[in-house]
Design a protein around this ligand. Sequence first.
Ligand code: TEU
Ligand code: CA
Length: 558
Amino acid sequence: MEMKRAWWKESVVYQIYPRSFFDGNGDGIGDLQGIIGKLDYIKSLGVDVIWICPIYESPNDDNGYDISDYRSIMKEFGDMGDFKQLLEGIHQREMKLVMDLVVNHTSDEHPWFTESRSGIHNPKRDYYIWRHGENGKPPNNWQSFFGGDAWEYDEDSGEYYLHLFSKKQPDLNWENPDVRAEVYDIMRFWLEQGVDGFRMDVISLISKGEFADTPYEILNDTTQQVYASGPRIHEFLHEMNQEVIRHFDILTVGEGPGITLAEGLDYVKEDRNELGMIFHFDHMVIDHGNGGRFDPVLLDFIKFKKIFMEWDQIVKKGGWTSIFLGNHDFSRIVSRFGDDGEFWEKSAKALCMMLLSLRGTTYLYNGDEIGMTNVAYDSWEDYRDLVTLHAIHDAKNNGADTEVLKKAIDEQGRDNSRTPMQWTSGENGGFSEVEPWIKTNPNYHSINIQSQDDDPNSILNFYREMIKIRKTYKTLVYGEFEPIAIDHPEVFAYWRADQHDVFLSVINFSKKDVIFEADGRYDLSNAVIIMSNYNRTVLPEPGKFNLAPWEAMLISAN
Ligand code: TEU
Ligand code: CA
């Protein structure tokens, strides 16, 4: 079946965490002028789309995911003039801009919430979710993603409001049509400015079901079974599509914690007119234990591969998918899925090959293109993320072992991916002239853009080359994804094929030498290696591979 083509399916998206990207005015905080100054660098990667995490006015309890004004720019980042200049600079370079749309919740400092909280008869009361408690306890046993009860008591009215994230992020009441109309207005406002799409924060959570107790002990189960994909989710998304999305040619990607494989297609099936694609989290929570991200378990590599295989099925059934390994909520991909020690460079390139040779729209997170790694700070004082700070606070209060916790935080904490971009080997990694809001990873002396830019063998240039290849061969975008030996314990290998071309991707996910044999599905007698992280150019024996540690090759069969 010929797949429906679209620019956003063929795009490579580059995600920017604005606070940590580049400080344009010397206050230690990344900003819009900083991004503007780096647009030529971004263009040099070959990416098509930039997605910027929230840049709206916010008290920054959760770094911009708590919005107090949807129509203005956070003062630390600049103003509307800077925004216009940024958008123009992006469009001039023939790239597109995707904004983060955070509408499951607002900041508690948003005027809607100030009004809503001011009294039970206020017209905005019903913009949020207020309930009576029972016997001095919250309305139900729901827990917040960031720890503790998902309900906050309001002394004045004697009611509780729901917050699935921090208590400074009250959930909006999507049952109220006025709330939905406000959201669509906000979307139109930014589309009229000329933005090219939205990444929709936790959009899977907007429709709340019955407020009954969750029977599940584990938050991940509650997310899937209780919080996500509520009764009216598809009605709301379809309405949003009819009201706004379909009137513009835009990229839409819904962040979907808790969306299961069974429900995935409903969000993205083209004839349902909801979203273009979603981010599911099956592979991102794969090493989270029952206690969540700070209770890590060993990554099951075969399961990891199967997740990509299973989610590819929704593409076949008339939808589309996204491919990503990291973002601002998870640790660095080379530290987590690769090897940030001996095989740092090889494994970073291997992950790059995987990201750019799977079917789906590729999302790259800033810094991964130079192999930025996790950080482990010496002092508790240096951590910034509220999730981490809550965990530290709780552990200290409960007398838990903070050494064990520190190890988990250094493996899985969100600060890992939020350290300043490493531009040069100069002070603060060239991010800022002054002490940054979050400490740089001291390895900026060796890992930085400046040193990789002109080095033909660098991770950075491997990314540039892989992006170029993906843009050249549409087969890598749309072609069938046919995994080989999915139960192999070390190798991820797959064909990508259509009537034009056949490619074979072979990636050794281990530090061992591994022998691997491809199935004979396609003829490899004239095959050539088009990309190799060991600079290999000749295939020794068609279909049979002696792979070195973290070796990755992309082979063209015709
Ligand atoms: O993240 C939602 C979120 O917490 C989940 O994606 C979570 O990471 C996953 O279920 C694994 O546990 C979004 C934003 O990306 C994040 O930065 C915000 O803090 C959060 O929403 C609240 O807006
Ligand atoms: Ca700044």
